[in-house]
Design a protein around this ligand. Structure first.
Ligand code: C2E
Ligand code: MG
Ligand code: MG
Length: 759
C-alpha cells in the first residue's frame, strides 16, 4: 500500500487531469491483481464525462469511451444513460465486484473512479483507507489543475486587457496630443477658438489663450466673471444673440460680423464663424453640418479681427460715394439721396428743391493761377457751402466747378430762394489762397418737386437748365426753372455742337473794319472781327458764339485760327501795297490767360512773316485786371516783341484808371457807348473829353469806336481824337471788299469824302 502511495505521489500533479488519472489507474491496477479501472470527472455542466481507463476489455471500453455508460452522480435526478446493458456486459466479461472511489475536494465531487474485480473477496482494510485518501488526493490534483487552467485563462484575459488598455491609452494620448497641437496652432494664430454652452448667459467652456489680443484674460472668460455678451458692442448684441439662438434650432454654419469691445481702445470688428455641437457629436473642431439629431449642447466657433478689412471697405465705400477733393458726396450718392427724399416728400406731400450750382469765372482762375489754386478754391467753396447749409441738406460736387444741393422739405419756393441768396453772397466773398485773393461768383439754377418733375433725373435737368438761364443773366445770381427754358437750352447745345465742327469745316471767316487817321485821312489799320458762316443759320455775329466758345474752351483753337488768319491777311496786304499794314486782333479773357499766349503769337508772326510791329492785340480792362501781376508780365513780354497793345471798350469797366497806371499799353479804344451818346448825353461827352485829354498827357493813342455820324465825328475831331472806326467810314468787310475799299479811296483815304456827308 505504501509503495502504491509513493508511486502515485511521484506523478506530476500539474499534468493534465486525463493524463494524471490514467497514470493513477495504472499504478492502482498494478497493485490490485485481477482488477481494471475507469475514471470519470465532473464537467462544467455537473455531468460525468469519461476521463481515463486501465485494462478495460472490450466491449466495456467502448461503453465508457462512447458515453454508453455513465455512473449516476449522487444527488442528480436521474441517470444520464441506462446502466443495465453495461451491468450485463460487466457480468459477461467475468467481473463480479465494483468499488467506487469518489474524488471529493473541499466537499465538492470532482470525479469518480470505478474498479472492477474478477473476484468477490473483500478488499483489505489498508486498501480501503488508501482508496479513500487516494480519492482526496486525485481530487486535489484535478482541482488544482482546473484552477491552473482558470489562472491561464485569467492571465490570458489580463494580457488582452492590458494590451487593450495600452492601445486605448496610446490612442487617447495621441488624440490629446493632436488636440493640444491644434490648440497650440490656434494660440499662435490670430484666430480665437471659442466653445460655449447653449444655455442662458452662454457660459464659456473653452477659449484659446490668444483671446488676449483683445486684452482679455482667458480665465476671466472661463470663470464667467466676464460674460460673453458683455464683450459684444451693445448695438450689435441683440442681433448677435438672436443669431446664436436661431442656430440652436437650425443646424447651420453661420458667419456673423460684429464689433467686440476690447479691454482698451476702440471697438474691433470680428468675423465669427459659428456652428453647433450636439450631445450626439464627438469633439469636433471643424464645422460639421448634419441633419438635426440630438440636442444642441454647445456653440463652437472661431473668430478673428477684421477691423482693417472693415476700414478698407469703409474707405472704398466712401471713395465710391464721395468726391476725393472736397470729401462731399458725389453724383451717385446725391442721386440716391435725392430719390429717397423724393419718396419722403411724396408721402408727406411736401416740397423739395434741387439746386444746380456752377462757379462764375472758375475756368479763368484755373487757367491763370493754375490747377493747384483751382483745387484749393473748390475746397474753400465746399466748406463755405457746408457752413451755409443745414445738416439735413445734401451738398455734392458733380465734378469740375459744378455742385448740387438738395433741400428736402422746404415750406415754399421762397425758402429755396433764401438759401440760394445766402450761397451767392457766401461765395462772392473773396477767398484767400496762399496769400492771394481770389474772386469768384456762383450761378444757381433751382428746380422744385413736384412742380418741375417727379424724378431725380428730370429735377436735375431742370435745375441745370435754370442754371444756364442764371448764367445768361450775367452770373452771380439764381434762377428758378420755368417751362420754355428747355427749348433755349436745346438751342444752346445745338449751337455748341455745331461750333465744334465749325473750325475744321472752314465755316469761320474774318471781316476787317478799317480804322482811319483823322490827321492824314488815311487808313491807319484794320480790326479783324470773326464771323461764322453756318450752312443753315447763315452768317452769325461773334456775340452769338464767342461767349459760348469762351465758356467751353473752344475759344482757344478759334482764337489761334483768327490770329493766324489776320496775320496772313495783313502780310498779303503789306506785300500788295508795299507798306506796313496794322492789324488789330481781339483776345478773349481765356485766350489772354493761356500760358502759351506769347509763343502762340510768336508762331503766328513767324509763320506768316508779318513784322511784329504790325500786330496789335486788343484786350478789355476786365481781362487785364483779373490777375494784375500776370497781365503786366505778359504785356511786357509782348511789348518786348514790338507787338502793340490796345485797351478795348475803354471806360465801361470799373478800373479804367488803374489800367492806365499798371499796364504798358499804346492805345485806348473809347467804347462806342460813349460815342453814341456824345450829342445827347452830357456825361458821355464829358467822359469822352476826359479820356482823350488823359490819353494825350499819357502819350497814348486814342481810337473812337462806333462812329456813325458826321456830328459824332465833328465832336471827336474837336476834342482832339485822332483815330476813328465805325460805320461812318465802313462796316466790317470781307477781305476782298476791303481791298476794293482801299483801291477806291486810294491809299490816302480822306474822311471828308466818305459817302453820306463830308468833314
Ligand atoms: P469789339 O472788339 O469792341 O469790336 C467792335 C464791334 O463794334 C464789332 O462788332 C463791330 O462790328 C462793331 N462796330 C463797328 N463799327 C460800328 C458802328 O459804327 N456802330 C455799331 N453799332 N457797331 C459798330 P462785332 O464784329 O459784332 O464784334 C463784337 C465783339 O465780338 C467785338 O467787340 C469783340 O469783343 C468780339 N470779337 C469779334 N471778333 C473777335 C475775335 O476774333 N476774337 C475775340 N476774342 N473776340 C472777337
Ligand atoms: Mg475790338
Ligand atoms: Mg470795342
Amino acid at each position: 500500500v505504501q509503495h502504491l502511495l509513493d508511486d502515485i505521489l511521484k506523478i506530476d500533479i500539474l499534468c493534465a487531469p486525463d493524463e494524471y488519472l490514467r497514470r493513477v489507474l495504472g499504478i492502482l491496477c498494478a497493485g490490485l491483481p485481477g482488477a481494471c479501472a475507469v475514471a470519470f470527472i465532473v464537467d462544467a455542466d455537473d455531468q460525468f464525462v469519461f476521463a481515463a481507463e486501465h485494462d478495460l476489455p472490450e466491449p466495456l471500453l467502448a461503453f465508457c469511451t462512447s458515453g454508453g455508460y455513465l455512473p449516476r452522480v449522487p444527488g442528480a435526478p436521474s441517470p444520464a444513460v441506462d446502466p443495465a446493458p453495461f451491468g450485463a456486459a460487466l457480468a459477461q466479461a467475468g467481473f463480479v465486484a465494483i468499488t467506487q472511489v469518489p474524488l471529493i475536494h473541499q466537499g465538492r465531487l470532482l470525479g469518480l473512479v470505478e474498479l472492477y474485480f474478477e473476484y468477490a473477496a473483500p478488499l483489505p482494510a489498508e486498501v480501503i483507507t488508501l482508496l479513500g485518501r487516494l480519492g482526496e488526493l486525485v481530487a486535489i490534483a484535478i482541482a488544482s489543475n482546473a484552477s491552473l487552467d482558470q489562472l491561464d485563462q485569467r492571465t490570458r484575459e489580463l494580457h488582452e486587457e492590458i494590451a487593450l488598455r495600452e492601445r486605448v491609452e496610446q490612442a487617447l494620448r495621441r488624440a490629446l496630443q493632436e488636440r493640444r497641437a491644434l490648440v497650440e496652432i490656434i494660440n499662435h494664430s490670430t484666430v480665437v477658438a471659442l466653445l460655449c454652452r447653449a444655455e442662458p448667459g452662454w457660459p464659456v467652456e473653452f477659449v484659446s489663450d490668444n483671446v488676449a489680443q483683445f486684452g482679455y484674460n482667458p480665465q476671466e472668460i472661463l470663470s464667467g466673471s466676464l460674460p460673453l455678451s458683455t464683450l459684444i458692442h451693445p448695438e450689435d448684441r441683440p442681433k448677435v444673440e438672436a443669431a446664436w439662438k436661431e442656430l440652436l434650432t437650425a443646424p447651420d454654419v453661420r458667419t456673423l460680423e460684429y464689433r467686440l469691445l476690447p479691454r482698451q481702445g476702440p471697438p474691433r470688428w470680428v468675423e465669427h464663424r459659428i456652428w453647433t455641437r450636439r450631445d450626439s457629436d464627438g469633439l469636433d473642431l471643424l464645422p460639421v453640418v448634419t441633419a438635426p439629431r440630438g440636442v444642441v449642447t454647445h456653440l463652437q466657433g472661431i473668430l478673428h479681427d477684421i477691423t482693417e478689412r472693415k476700414q478698407t471697405e469703409a474707405l472704398i465705400y466712401h471713395q465710391a460715394y464721395h468726391d476725393t477733393l472736397t470729401g462731399l458726396p458725389n453724383r451717385t450718392l446725391f442721386q440716391d439721396r435725392l430719390e429717397q427724399a423724393i419718396h419722403r416728400a411724396q408721402r408727406r406731400a411736401r416740397l423739395l428743391a434741387v439746386c444746380f450750382l456752377d462757379l462764375d469765372r472758375f475756368k479763368a482762375v484755373n487757367d491763370t493761377l493754375g490747377h493747384h489754386i483751382g483745387d484749393r478754391l473748390l475746397q474753400g467753396v465746399a466748406s463755405r457751402l457746408r457752413a451755409v447749409l443745414r445738416t439735413e441738406d445734401t451738398i455734392s460736387r458733380l465734378g469740375g466747378d459744378e455742385f448740387t444741393l438738395l433741400l428736402p422739405e422746404i415750406k415754399d419756393p421762397d425758402d429755396a430762394a433764401a438759401v440760394a441768396n445766402k450761397v451767392c453772397s457766401a461765395i462772392t466773398q473773396p477767398f484767400t489762397i496762399e496769400g492771394q485773393q481770389v474772386h469768384v461768383g456762383t450761378s444757381i439754377g433751382i428746380s422744385l418737386f413736384p412742380d418741375d418733375g417727379a424724378d431725380a433725373r428730370t429735377l436735375l435737368q431742370c435745375a441745370d437748365t435754370a442754371l444756364y438761364h442764371a448764367k445768361d443773366r450775367g452770373g452771380n445770381t439764381f434762377s428758378f426753372f420755368m417751362p420754355g427754358m428747355n427749348a433755349k437750352l436745346r438751342d444752346r447745345l445745338e449751337l455748341e455742337g455745331a461750333l465744334r465742327t465749325a473750325i475744321d469745316d472752314d465755316q469761320l471767316l474774318l471781316h476787317y473794319q478799317p480804322q482811319v487817321d483823322l490827321v492824314t485821312g488815311q487808313v491807319s489799320g484794320f480790326e479783324a472781327l470773326v464771323r461764322w458762316q453756318h450752312p443753315e443759320w447763315g452768317l452769325l455775329a461773334p456775340d452769338r458764339f464767342i461767349p459760348l466758345a469762351e465758356e467751353n474752351g473752344l475759344i482757344v483753337p478759334l482764337g489761334q485760327w483768327v490770329l493766324q488768319e489776320a496775320c496772313q491777311q495783313a502780310r498779303s496786304w503789306q506785300d500788295h501795297y508795299g507798306m506796313p499794314v496794322r492789324m488789330s486782333v481781339n483776345l478773349s479773357p481765356r485766350q489772354f490767360h493761356q500760358h502759351d499766349l506769347v509763343s502762340t503769337v510768336e508762331e503766328a508772326l513767324a509763320a506768316t512773316g508779318l513784322p511784329s510791329a504790325s500786330l496789335t492785340l486788343e484786350i478789355t480792362e476786365g481781362v487785364a485786371m483779373r490777375d494784375v501781376d500776370y497781365s503786366v508780365q505778359t504785356m511786357r513780354m509782348l511789348k518786348g516783341m514790338q507787338v502793340g497793345l490796345s485797351m478795348d471798350d475803354f471806360g465801361v469797366g470799373y478800373s479804367s484808371l488803374m489800367c492806365l497806371k499798371h499796364f504798358p499799353i499804346d492805345t485806348l479804344k473809347i467804347d462806342h457807348s460813349f460815342v453814341q451818346g456824345l450829342l445827347t448825353d452830357s456825361n458821355d461827352a464829358a467822359i469822352t473829353h476826359a479820356i482823350i485829354a488823359m490819353a494825350d498827357s499819357l502819350r497814348l493813342a486814342v481810337i473812337a469806336e462806333g462812329v456813325e455820324t458826321q456830328e459824332q465825328l465833328a465832336f471827336l475831331r474837336a476834342s482832339g481824337c485822332n483815330n476813328i472806326q465805325g460805320y461812318l467810314i465802313s462796316r466790317p468787310l470781307p477781305a476782298q471788299e476791303c481791298s476794293r475799299f482801299v483801291a477806291r479811296r486810294g491809299t490816302g483815304v480822306l474822311v471828308g469824302s466818305a459817302p453820306g456827308g463830308g468833314a
